[in-house]
Design a protein around this ligand. Sequence first.
Ligand code: ADP
Length: 599
Amino acid sequence: MDIASLQIWSPSAVPKGKRLSPCLSRQRRQSTIICGIRARDSPPQASVEGNVGVDDVDIKDFPWPSPSDQVPFWKSKLPSWGVSFDVPDDAGKDPLPLHVIHVTAEMAPIAKVGGLGDVVTGLARACLSRGHKVEIMLPFYQCINRQLIVGLELTTEYNSFHDGIWVPMNAYRGAVSGIPVILIEPSNKFFTGTSIYGGSYDEVEAYLLFSRACLEWMQVKGVQPDIIHVHEWQTSALCLLYWDMYHYLSLQKPRIILTIHNMEHYGECGQEQLSKCGLDGSIYATVEKAVDDRTIGHNPERLSLLKGGIVYSNAVVTVSPTYLNETLCSGWLADTLMKNRDKYFGILNGIDTEMWNPATDACLPVRFNAQKLQGKKLCKCYVQKGLGLDLEGEGHSDMHSLLNETQRVPLVICISRLVAQKGLHLIRQAIKHVEELGGQMVVLGKAPDSRVEKEFNDLADVYNQGHQIRILLLYSEELSHLLYAAADMVLVPSLYEPCGLAQMIGMRYGAIPVVRKTGGLADTVFDIEDESKRDVANGFVFEGIDEGSLNWALDRAFTHYRERPEEWAKMVKKVTEIDNSWNRTAGNYIEVYNSIRVQ
Ligand code: ADP
């Protein structure tokens, strides 16, 4: 087995708070000087590439983490996200360059809560690399880490209207992962606090102000992009403001596209709330415009900003073809979507393959790719040690035998917001069943609902005592990278899933997906026993929402892993090579942009 040429952490990347033996420090320093290549895409102190074989590293001196480390192992490095600050230049250029401005509540990695942040960044980078001009406008949340923004400067001071007064606003410019960003900071208390959502201010009103402030900024600056790309309910009011206000003022050229990432959030809004941004809320309270159909007959009837966005945008996209069909058939917005069917498209999300790249990922102790997957085994051992999970081959005296021992204990991960949509009862059942099957499982998730948090905390109190299961109720980008790299299987048991990124990211890192057949999961994962999908088969799929269905998929995956290791290894290589990148799918967005732009 070839285990040479793995990229190992340099001494500068050794976890802070962990003392290296002088002998290892010297050995590492030497290898750094010999290699002398600094990772192109890492901050100077974070990581150095080197062609050091795992065999060359003494198993005892490898900086293994431990649960008793003062600083948890995933926090012990500066994040560099493994992302080049230059936009990749590997895609062909499109003939008709567009100017696109995204107006969004999230952007990875500076303001990410879920997939929305990943999608905005990934799509923007893909379009930039195809020769388009792309900018992202987002609120300047107080919790944003300013150090992650390159060249941050205050560029414009202006006013935007809210609740009867003109509110002073600051617009900052900078770059994040090579993408120009414009951060809008109101002078009132909106967007303050320690998290992206859930601050102690009225969220609907905050995003109404933000939506208007973005158009106001364009007007003040005389900026007229070809496309304004809004996302979710938070920025849907921009469509109404544009066509009923700013288009009559000075903005003529832009056309608007709305991407719906999750139909669950309608953006419920009182008529008087909408009026605060300067529109007359009452005129939108009709079935044809923005009345929230669920509130018809109630007093008062309310509005749905998302519905308004659908009606008032030039094109609507949702994030997978299967979810498009599902949303046309059921849900409160089905009628509205049906009426707007000719401008409604299903485009599968991609993943940012620079940000999610096991070959360059600065969060990993060892990097790997589809051709050299040995590093993945070391990542698994690293995570097992760090979390205090049982480690096979514990008694081995050298790295080679540690990594080449048959690994009979599969590691399953589930990285997810802990909300009903994600199949909470199935996640709980998976924890139980994986333990019964003698496997290991790590759940990394945050529960916005305190009852759910308590429930999982109680589970953690029980299971985290042992050496098979870890339930970690926190948000950590770095730990998520490590877990994807370590995992044998990535579980996504969602009740519904518009697209889902975890299964695609997991595959890129060699984790076999075990998923429920719904939405984008049905578009990206195909069961290995499905004869009609043999060429694209890449995982284990179940349909029911009952525990038996989940158990059946896990049983099959475990049997396959244990009894057919060679086939499993082939499947790992296959999924690692699947192209789920934005390069593959961004062209579909560009087609839609071109179909609505003003020539
Ligand atoms: P959603 O947008 O519904 O949350 P997606 O699958 O589209 O689901 O995207 C989820 C993204 O958020 C993935 O990048 C996943 O790795 C990440 N994520 C979810 N929970 C956590 C967490 N607790 N810590 C780190 N990353 C997380």
